[in-house]
Design a protein around this ligand. Structure first.
Ligand SMILES: Cc1ncc(COP(=O)(O)O)c(C=O)c1O
Length: 477
């Protein structure tokens, strides 16, 4: 059977790819044009005649690997995308093979039960009351709720839809009123602005709250913002806090923000897409102190939880808000039925949904909670060590002391020079970094995602930047 042969071949070939990447062999990334890639993969011919198996598959894979961005490479330092755990990738394969669209229980009881378990496991990390496994228990509002979604942006939208349903219970009938405002720090991920747009609020409904120069919310400034918006006849829909922010990776003070939101009955949404993983860590959990006071939290497993894309969670303190978040009819799905489990379908925007819990569960069950906590600690510790090293160099500056595995730094005052440097490093395939603006200053940004990256790799990066600087002077003007 060619499938069996192919899968054996792929197991070996993928492992070779993994080893090569983890050992830092070859470029971390190589970008060729779409046309070149189409040609090298022979897409046209394969699409016409099929036959992607055996020798053809081997040829295809050896042309495909060089066109990947190698996430396991120690010099992969760019974005907050999980360096996939090998067992997690196996989970993805099992899900792809069995294809369990478990939004309705009968379409994948095993996958649905695993998602239920995973959501409860996440709720317990926030110290919220998990969902009862007995589906007949529904009236009690003291337990939390949640669902896995295809990404943090979807989770953000779902959380804010829940907040909207709380503030405007008849929103599904009468639409979104024009007086709602989302309080949010400027550093929030654009997923919040997208959600505001999609919900019909518009970007102008996002009221930026004052932050320090590293983008962290200053809670003592919140009362004035609230007074101002009330004076303008507006109503707060939600307050967004970052744990941590995308750009600089710093955590907002959740205890103070939570107290403010409780006092004024404002829905607190905590974006823990990247940084909620620190909840597992004895060493860094304190950064999320106060998260339990939130009304909603999002948490991406495909960032710090080493799960291949995508698997995110939307978690709601009072399950009733999520149960009521989406109110549509679909006679072929929403009807009475005898079943021993629950349907997630009314809790998510998606109708067809992958067995996302399985992918994460394969990682969790391979590493155990302790293993994942050690990974978070390692990456956070490494970033602090990198900060100590870089901040101590006379020719480099850092935007802020890191609170996670994200560090922003630069070496001169020329924004454009840093962008050109980044392009150069990517073109030669030596290092893959990202960049961000903090205030109006552009920084190079690294996110330490790969368990293979060490302080020596960061030192090698600094050496490379210095060599580039000696070749290509920055604009001193
Ligand atoms: C803090 C934060 N929130 C939300 C998102 C959006 O998540 P996703 O990319 O899974 O849609 C990101 C993505 O990087 C993020 O960093």
């Amino acid at each position: 059977m060619s499938f069996e042969k192919d899968i054996r071949f792929l197991a070996g070939s993928l492992l070779d790819y993994y080893r090569e990447s983890a050992e830092g062999k070859g470029p971390v990334l190589r970008q060729r044009s779409i046309k070149e890639i189409h040609e090298s993969l022979n897409l046209e011919a394969l699409a016409g005649s099929g036959g992607l198996s055996g020798e053809t598959l081997a040829k295809f894979m050896s042309a495909y690997y060089p066109n990947t961005t190698r996430l396991h490479h120690p010099h992969y330092l760019a974005h907050q995308v999980a360096v996939p755990h090998l067992n997690g990738a196996v989970g993805a394969l099992v899900d792809g093979f069995t294809n369990q669209p478990m939004s309705i229980y009968e379409m994948g009881p095993g996958a649905a039960a695993i998602e239920f378990f995973v959501v409860n496991w996440l709720l317990e990390k926030i110290d919220w009351v998990p969902m009862p496994t007995d589906p007949s228990v529904t009236a009690d509002s003291s337990y939390a709720g949640g669902a896995l979604t295809h990404g943090g942006s979807m989770a953000t939208l779902t959380a804010l839809v829940c907040a909207r349903s709380k503030v405007v219970p008849d929103v599904w009938e009468n639409g979104t009123p024009g007086d709602l405002v989302i309080l949010s720090p400027q550093m929030s991920h654009y997923a919040v602005a997208r959600a505001a747009g999609i919900m019909g609020l518009g970007h102008n409904a996002i009221l930026e709250v004052q932050t320090d120069k590293t983008g962290v919310v200053m809670p003592d400034k919140l009362p004035a913002v609230l007074a101002r918006l009330r004076l303008e006849g507006k109503r707060p829909l939600a307050m967004v806090a970052n744990a941590c922010s995308t750009g600089v990776g710093r955590y907002d003070p959740l205890v103070e923000i939570g107290a403010f939101c409780r006092e004024h009955d404002i829905w607190l949404h905590v974006d823990g897409a990247h940084g909620a993983g620190a909840l597992l860590s004895d060493k860094y959990r304190y950064r999320l102190e106060g998260i339990e006071t939130a009304d909603s939290v999002i948490w991406d497993m495909h960032k710090m939880m080493r799960t291949s894309g995508v698997c995110a969670a939307v978690l709601i303190k009072n399950h009733a808000h999520l149960d009521q978040a989406f109110q549509q009819e679909g006679d072929y799905i929403f009807h009475d039925k005898a079943q021993p489990g629950v349907d997630f379908i009314s809790r998510t925007l998606e109708c067809t949904k992958a067995g996302l819990g399985l992918k994460f569960f394969f990682v969790l069950a391979a590493e155990g909670e302790r293993g994942l906590a050690e990974y978070v600690d390692r990456q956070y510790d490494l970033t602090l060590a990198a900060y100590d090293y870089i901040a101590g160099l006379p020719d480099f500056q850092c935007a802020a002391k890191p609170q996670s595995n994200i560090l922003c730094f630069r070496t001169n005052h020329d924004d454009k020079w840093h962008l050109t440097l980044r392009d150069h490093l990517i073109a030669e395939g030596s290092f893959y970094l990202s960049t961000t603006a903090v205030g109006d200053i552009r920084y190079l940004r690294f996110v330490a995602m790969s368990p293979q990256t060490t302080l020596d790799d960061i030192k090698a990066l600094i050496d490379r930047i210095r060599r580039y600087a000696s070749e290509f002077q920055h604009d001193t003007g």
